[in-house]
Design a protein around this ligand. Structure first.
Ligand code: RIB
Length: 314
């Protein structure tokens, strides 16, 4: 039987405002364009894992509105099981306002909407879908009690658990021992550990702090500076791939989805992280969250091209 990835998380409709620069408090600026995309960290991660060929199940909640209807349709079209796409009768579908500069940098404001009512009871009702889960992935744009329950249910199944602590909230100490891979970016790692980031030394200290709190593996993503992995037996830095950045939205989600896919294939950790690193890089080359998530074919071709490039230079 094919190994199973279960993603628990939010779905948002993203409103992307292309702006010339980030503006100041009290200042009004005009956007050059406004485009709408399907997004939300949970959905982005699930769709990446699916596009990379995984047997993916995705638990999420949409609103009882037009956005919810078309999002449901979109998820089903992407091969996700409609029985796990829940509906809140009163709250609107989750939304995000994304400010995007010409450098591809973004600032995001998310409104939880229906994502905020994805509850522990919902998970209990879907208990049968947890059977035989191999890799479990979640983030923090749904209620924390639901994240916690999800981690526990996954551990009861003996699954490998991945937590993307975004947006960062103070994590209670009993949660971290349930986490096999914590994957924050440097800003989130700084907020979660209270260690101010000045350079590599602090990144290592942040990772050590997570390990001391019971996490098994720490992957800190560093944007254009690559990533750092640390566990009890190894640590290494990995450089980022150089690409033409259009929009960094969902790069972290592509990384998470690919990490889950790589881990399920039992590849060595260096190889898995290279795969995830490639997915993250590719996701920055296109506008919008979900249009930018790579397929297995695109990612393999990208990684191959990089290898050929390396051989030619050496
Ligand atoms: O990580 C990017 C995502 O964060 C966006 O798609 C937005 O919806 C927010 O959830």
């Amino acid at each position: 039987m094919r190994k199973k990835i279960l993603v628990l998380g939010n779905s948002n409709v993203d409103f992307v405002f292309k702006i010339p620069r980030f503006h100041h408090p009290g200042e009004t600026i005009l956007a050059e364009s406004l485009v709408t995309f399907f997004g939300g960290k949970g959905a982005n991660q699930a769709i990446t894992a699916k596009r990379l060929g995984g047997n993916v199940h995705f638990i999420t909640k949409l609103g009882n509105d037009l956005y919810g209807k078309s999002y449901r349709h979109h998820l089903i079209k992407n091969g996700l099981d409609q029985k796990l796409i829940l509906k809140d009768k009163k709250l609107p579908t989750g939304m995000a306002v994304i400010e995007l500069t010409p450098k591809g940098e973004n600032r995001i404001i998310a409104f939880l909407g229906a994502n905020g009512s994805l509850s522990v009871n919902d998970l209990k009702r879907l208990e049968r879908y947890w059977k035989g889960v191999d890799v479990f992935v979640t983030q923090l744009e749904i209620p924390f009690s639901t994240v916690e329950k999800g981690l526990k249910m996954a551990k009861e199944q003996g699954a490998l658990t991945l937590l993307n602590p975004s947006p960062p909230v103070q994590l209670p100490s009993h949660i971290l021992p349930l986490v096999d891979f914590i994957v924050p970016n440097e800003v989130e790692a700084q907020l979660l550990t209270g260690i101010k980031w000045k350079g590599d030394r602090e990144i290592r200290k942040m990772a050590e702090k997570f390990l001391d709190q019971g996490v098994k593996n720490v992957v800190i993503t560093l944007g254009s500076n690559g990533l750092f992995l640390k566990n009890r037996s190894e640590e290494f830095w990995m450089e980022a791939f150089r690409v033409n950045v259009v929009d960094t939205t969902a790069a972290g989600d592509a990384f998470l989805g690919a990490l889950a896919s790589g881990l399920i294939e039992n590849k060595p950790i260096q190889e898995v992280l290279k795969f995830a690193n490639g997915a993250g890089a590719l996701a920055t080359t296109k506008l919008g969250a979900q249009p930018s998530l790579p397929s297995r074919r695109d990612l393999n071709m990208f990684l191959k091209r990089i290898e050929v490039g390396k051989t030619k230079r050496s």
